[in-house]
Each structure stands twice: as structure tokens, then as C-alpha cells.
Design a protein around this ligand. Structure first.
Ligand code: ADP
Length: 159
């Protein structure tokens, strides 16, 4: 069974990578699908995020990285995937995630959303937290892989 793991991943964190790792053990293949949504004003371009995630997941043979725009269910149909993989951290994620899962199933009744609970050590971790710390030159090497630390440093140095 193919699962799509959609998200902004701006940037990818150890929390996301934990979900990808565990998803890759549960499903035949996992497609990490980076949402191209310029209105969210991302730090990294969609092409850069795809490249970053490919680098961090190259040891996982059944993980592919791609990008999409528009409705997630349309992308899932295109890739012949009936599972959306999402991570759940705190209670506040739940409301938004449940709403999204229900909305998606009204758009395509065959789609199923599967939630994986965050690893305890990453329950506080989000891309926004990483950006907040990095912009003030704080340490982020315990939150994101080394290639992301480097890209974030370059981004804020050139700003
Ligand atoms: P989006 O903009 O779609 O929320 P994100 O990149 O923020 O995209 O997150 C993608 C998915 O990964 C979401 O399901 C989110 O809940 C999950 N996620 C984000 N951070 C973590 C984490 N630290 N642990 C587990 N899941 C996470």
C-alpha cells in the first residue's frame, strides 16, 4: 500500500523524519509530498525542500520525495495512493487534523488518513520553532539534520 505524507516541511525536522521512518516500515512505499504554496511565503523554495528531504531520506529505499500544488486528494489519485499519513503532536493538532481528514474524505470517499503519534522527544518540535531559534542564531542541531542546519545558517547570513 502506498502512503502520501503531505506537508510544508519548511524545513524538515527530526519530528517529520521520525514519522517518515516509521511510515516506511508500515507501508510498501511512502511519498513525501511537499506542498507548493507560495502564499505561505516559505523560507525555502519547493525545489530546495525536495532536495533537502531527498538527502535526508536517501537511506530509505521505499521513500520517494515529490511536490504538488492544489488539492491533496487529487495528488493522491494521481499517484494511486489511498492513504494520507499525518503526524499528531499536541491536542491542538488534533482539531485541525481531524477537520482536514473529514474534509478530504468528503472530496474522495476512498481516501483514508492514518495518524502516527509523535515520538515523545519531538512533541514540541515544529518547523516554526526551528525558524524562531535559527533567526536569533541559536543552536538547532538537535532539532534538524546537519544539511538543514547549514542551509538555515546560509539563509540567515545572507538576509
Ligand atoms: P503542514 O503545513 O501541512 O501542517 P508541516 O510540515 O507543518 O505541514 O507538517 C506536516 C505533518 O507532519 C503534519 O501532519 C504535522 O502534524 C506533522 N508533524 C510536524 N512536526 C511533527 C513532529 N515534531 N512530530 C510528529 N509529527 C509532526
Amino acid at each position: 500500500m502506498i502512503a502520501i505524507y503531505p506537508g510544508s516541511f519548511d524545513p524538515i525536522t527530526f519530528g517529520h523524519l521520525d514519522i517518515i521512518d516509521r511510515g516506511a516500515q508500515l507501508f510498501d512505499s511512502v511519498i513525501v509530498a511537499v506542498l507548493s504554496n507560495p502564499s505561505k511565503r516559505p523560507l525555502f523554495s519547493v525545489e530546495k525542500r525536495v532536495e533537502q528531504i531527498r538527502y535526508c531520506t536517501e537511506h530509505l529505499p521505499n521513500v520517494q520525495v515529490d511536490y504538488f500544488s492544489g488539492l491533496t486528494v487529487e495528488y493522491a489519485k494521481l499517484r494511486e495512493a489511498k492513504v494520507l499519513l499525518r503526524g499528531l503532536r499536541v491536542l491542538s493538532d488534533f482539531e485541525k487534523e481531524l477537520q482536514m481528514a473529514h474534509t478530504n474524505s468528503t472530496l474522495w470517499s476512498e481516501i483514508e488518513t492514518v495518524f502516527l503519534a509523535t515520538a515523545k522527544e519531538y512533541s514540541f518540535l515544529s518547523s516554526s520553532v526551528v525558524k524562531e531559534i535559527a533567526q536569533f542564531d541559536g543552536a538547532i542541531d538537535h532539532l534538524v539534520p546537519a544539511n538543514i542546519v547549514q542551509d538555515m545558517c546560509e539563509y540567515y547570513q545572507n538576509k
